[in-house]
Design a binder for this molecule. Structure first.
Ligand SMILES: Nc1ncnc2c1ncn2[C@@H]1O[C@H](COP(=O)(O)OP(=O)(O)OP(=O)(O)O)[C@@H](O)[C@H]1O
Ligand SMILES: [Mg+2]
Length: 626
C-alpha cells in the first residue's frame, strides 16, 4: 500500500477538515472517542506499560534503592549523635574525657561525607535509568504511531501525537528524575525516624507515629482533588498544542482567509483555560502545604510541652528531647515536598495513561496472520488483475460510501474514473491501496485478498500518487529513491527523465543533490508532482493509482506529463482519477461513478459518442477549452 505521499492524509479528499477543527476546540466533546485525549485502553494497561519500561532495568532500580537506603541511614544518624553528645559526650568532657566528643564529631563528619557520596552515586545511576526509560518510551510512541493505520491519523490529530511525545514524556521525566527519589526518601525517613524515636523513647515515638494519621488523611484528600485539577490541566495544555500545530500547519489557508483574528481569539480562550487550570493546581497545592504545616507544628509544639515536663520530672533526658525535636522537623520538612511529589505523580500518571491508550491502539489495517504470496507474473508486463468482489464500505463516521461494488480490472488496463465530487472515487483508490479494509467483500490482486498480502509486498505492488505530493527532508534524489531505496543514481535519473522532471531538477542549485527542505520554496507544486511521479515510476508497481495527481500541473505541464504517462502506465494496471478530462484520453476504459456506483463503463470513444453522463461531461469540458 505504498503511496508516494505517505504523510498525513490528504485533507482535500477526506472531507474532515471541519471535524478536526471542532476536535481542537473541544477536546472533551462530541461523540467520536478520538476526540478525547485519553483513548480507551484495557484495564491495567498503564501499569503494564510502566512495568515493561522498567523491567529491563531491574538491577539498576534495585541498586538505586540500596543506595538510597544507605544514604538515609547516614543522614538520619545525625540527631542520634546530637542526643549522644548532649547526654554522654558533654558530661564526659566536663569530667576531662574528650574521647566521646571527638568520636561524635568524627561520626558526624563521616555520616555527612558518606551521605554526600551515596547521594552522588544515586543521582548518577537513577539519571541513567530515567534517560533509558524515556528513550525507550519516545521510540515506542513514534514507532507505534507510524504503524497505525491511516484512519487513525485522520482522527487523532498530529498535535495530540506531539503532545504525547513531548509534554507527556516530559512529565514522566519529572517523576522519574525527582519525584521518585523524593517519595522513597520520604518513606524511608518515616520508617527510620519512627523506629529511632520508638527506640529512644516509646512515648515520644508513639506521639510522632500518631501524628501520621491526620497527615495521611490530608494527603489522601489532596490526592483526590489534585487528580482532578491535574487531569484538567493536562487536557488544557494538549488543547493549546493542538490549536498551535493546526494553525501553523494550515498557515496558508489561515492567511488566505484572514483567520488570524479569529484564531487569536480561540487561542486566547484555550491559553486562558490552561492558565486557569494551572492556577487551580497551585491553589490546591497551597491548601495542602498550609494544612500539613499546621499538623506538623502542632505535633512539635505538643512534644516540646510534654517533653519539657518530663525532662523537669527527670523521666526524659534533655538530649533525647533535642533529638526528638530535630527528628520531627526532619520528618515534617519533606511533607511539603510530598505535595510536589503527588503533583508530579498525578501528571505523570495522567500522561502515562494517555500514552498507554495510544500504544493500545491496534492498526485497523493489520498485517495478515497467514500471509499469501502473489502468483508469479504472467509475461513481461508488471500489471496484475484487480477485482472488487462485493465490496461495501463506510467510514467509521458516516454512512455507506460504497454500497456493494463489483469491478474487474484486467491486468495492464488503464482505467479512468470520473464523477462528481464525493462520488467515492478516492475511497475506491484508498481501498485498492489498502488504507482501509472493506466492511464487506474483498479486494483481490491477482486472486489474492489484499488482507492476506504481506505489507511489504502490497507496498511494492500498489502505489498511489495523490495531489498532495509530499516531499521529505533530504535531497531530490532521496525523494525519488523513496520508491526503491536501493536504486542507483542512473536509475533515479532515468525515472526523472522518463517523466520529464530531469530538466527542472538539473536546473536546481545542486541538481539532484538539492535539499528540498532548505530550498523548498524553489520547488513548485507542479514540480513536486513530477518528483512524485518519478518516485512512483521507480517503484515499478503492478498497480498504479493516480488520484488527481496531475491537478497541480498547468495545461502545458499536464500535456508534457501525459506524454510521459504513456511510458509510466504501459503494462501496468492503472486507475487514473481526474477532473480534467484530458487525462482520460490515454485510458482504455472510462468509469463514471455516482454515489458509490458505476453508472457508465466503456471505451472513451464509445462513451463520448453516446448520450450518457460522460458524453455530457466531455462536451462541457470541450466547450470550456474553446
Ligand atoms: N476520511 C473520511 N471519513 C469520513 N467520510 C469520508 C472520509 N473521506 C471521504 N468521506 C466521505 O466519503 C464520500 C466519498 O468521498 P471520496 O473522497 O471518495 O469522494 P471523491 O469521489 O474522491 O470526491 P472528489 O472528486 O471531491 O475527490 C464523501 O461523501 C465523503 O464525505
Ligand atoms: Mg477524491
Amino acid at each position: 500500500m505504498t503511496t508516494t505521499t505517505p504523510s498525513t492524509p490528504a485533507v482535500d479528499d477526506d472531507g474532515d477538515g471541519p471535524a478536526r477543527h471542532r476536535d481542537a476546540d473541544d477536546p472533551g466533546g462530541a461523540g467520536d472517542r478520538f476526540d478525547r485525549d485519553v483513548l480507551p485502553s484495557p484495564p491495567g494497561a498503564t501499569a503494564a506499560l510502566l512495568r515493561s519500561l522498567l523491567a529491563p532495568m531491574k538491577a539498576r532500580v534495585a541498586l538505586t534503592t540500596l543506595l538510597l537506603l544507605l544514604q538515609q541511614a547516614a543522614v538520619q544518624a545525625g540527631p542520634l549523635l546530637v542526643a549522644y553528645a548532649i547526654d554522654t559526650a558533654v558530661p564526659a568532657f566536663r569530667d576531662d574525657r574528650d574521647g566521646p566528643l571527638f568520636a561524635v564529631a568524627a561520626g558526624y563528619l563521616l555520616c555527612a561525607l558518606a551521605s554526600g557520596a551515596l547521594q552522588f552515586a544515586f543521582i548518577e545511576v537513577s539519571a541513567r535509568v530515567s534517560q533509558d526509560v524515556l528513550l525507550d518510551l519516545r521510540g515506542r510512541i513514534f514507532r507505534h504511531a507510524q504503524a497505525l493505520s491511516v484512519d487513525f491519523h485522520e482522527r487523532y490529530t498530529s498535535g495530540r501525537l506531539i503532545s504525547r511525545s513531548t509534554t507527556d514524556v516530559e512529565s514522566l521525566r519529572e517523576l522519574l528524575d525527582e519525584g521518585l527519589q523524593e517519595l522513597v526518601t520520604i518513606v524511608l525517613s518515616f520508617v527510620y525516624i519512627s523506629a529511632t524515636l520508638l527506640w529512644l523513647d516509646p512515648g515520644l515515638g508513639a506521639v510522632a507515629v500518631a501524628s501520621f494519621l491526620p497527615l495521611y488523611l490530608l494527603v489522601r484528600l489532596y490526592r483526590r482533588r489534585a487528580a482532578r485539577v491535574y487531569g484538567a490541566r493536562s487536557t488544557a495544555i494538549a488543547a493549546v498544542i493542538v490549536k498551535f500545530v493546526e494553525t501553523m500547519n494550515g498557515i496558508r489557508p489561515v492567511r488566505a482567509f484572514r483567520r488570524e483574528a479569529a484564531n487569536d481569539a480561540e487561542f486566547a480562550v484555550l491559553n486562558a483555560r490552561h492558565e486557569r487550570t494551572n492556577g487551580d493546581s497551585l491553589l490546591e497545592m497551597a491548601r495542602y502545604v498550609v494544612g500539613s504545616r499546621l499538623v506538623a507544628n502542632t505535633a512539635v509544639a505538643g512534644i516540646v510541652l510534654w517533653g519539657a515536663h518530663r525532662v523537669a520530672g527527670g523521666s526524659l533526658e534533655l538530649g533525647v528531647l533535642a533529638a526528638a525535636v530535630l527528628y520531627l522537623r526532619r520528618l515534617y520538612d519533606p511533607i511539603d515536598r510530598l505535595g510536589m511529589f503527588l503533583n508530579s505523580y498525578q501528571s505523570a500518571a495522567a500522561s502515562l495513561e494517555k500514552i498507554a491508550g495510544l500504544l493500545a491502539q491496534t492498526p485497523s489495517v493489520p498485517e495478515p496472520e497467514h500471509p499469501r504470496e502473489l502468483p508469479p507474473r504472467k509475461g513481461e508486463f508488471p500489471g496484475r488483475e484487480v477485482v472488487f468482489d462485493g465490496v461495501r464500505f463506510a467510514y467509521r463516521t458516516g454512512g455507506e460510501v460504497l454500497p456493494r461494488f463489483d469491478l474487474t480490472l484486467p491486468a495492464g488496463q488503464t482505467v479512468a474514473v470520473v464523477g462528481s465530487t464525493g462520488a467515492g472515487k478516492s475511497t475506491l483508490a484508498k481501498l485498492l491501496a489498502r488504507f482501509y479494509d472493506p466492511s464487506a467483500g474483498r479486494v483481490l490482486l491477482d486472486g489474492v485478498d489484499l488482507r492476506e498480502l504481506p505489507m511489504p509486498e502490497l507496498r511494492r505492488g500498489v502505489v498511489m500518487v495523490t495531489q498532495e505530493a509530499f516531499l521529505f527532508s533530504g535531497t531530490v534524489a532521496d525523494n525519488i529513491a523513496l520508491g526503491r531505496p536501493d536504486a542507483t543514481r542512473e536509475e533515479i535519473e532515468r525515472a526523472a527523465k522518463a517523466i520529464g522532471a530531469h530538466e527542472f531538477i538539473s536546473a536546481l542549485p545542486d541538481g539532484y543533490d538539492t535539499d528540498v527542505r532548505k530550498r523548498g520554496g524553489r520547488i513548485s507544486a507542479g514540480q513536486r508532482q513530477l518528483v512524485a511521479f518519478a518516485r512512483a515510476l521507480l517503484a515499478d508497481p503492478a498497480v498504479l493509482i493516480l488520484d488527481e495527481a496531475t491537478s497541480s500541473l498547468d495545461i502545458p505541464g499536464e500535456r508534457a506529463v501525459q506524454g510521459a504517462m504513456a511510458t509510466v502506465l504501459r503494462g501496468r494496471t492503472a486507475v487514473v482519477i481526474a477532473h480534467r478530462l484530458s487525462t482520460v484520453e490515454i485510458a482504455d476504459r472510462v468509469l463514471v461513478m455516482e454515489h458509490g456506483r458505476i453508472v457508465e463503463d466503456g471505451h472513451p470513444d464509445e462513451l463520448i459518442g453516446g448520450t450518457g453522463r460522460f458524453a455530457d461531461l466531455h462536451k462541457a469540458w470541450r466547450d470550456s477549452l474553446a
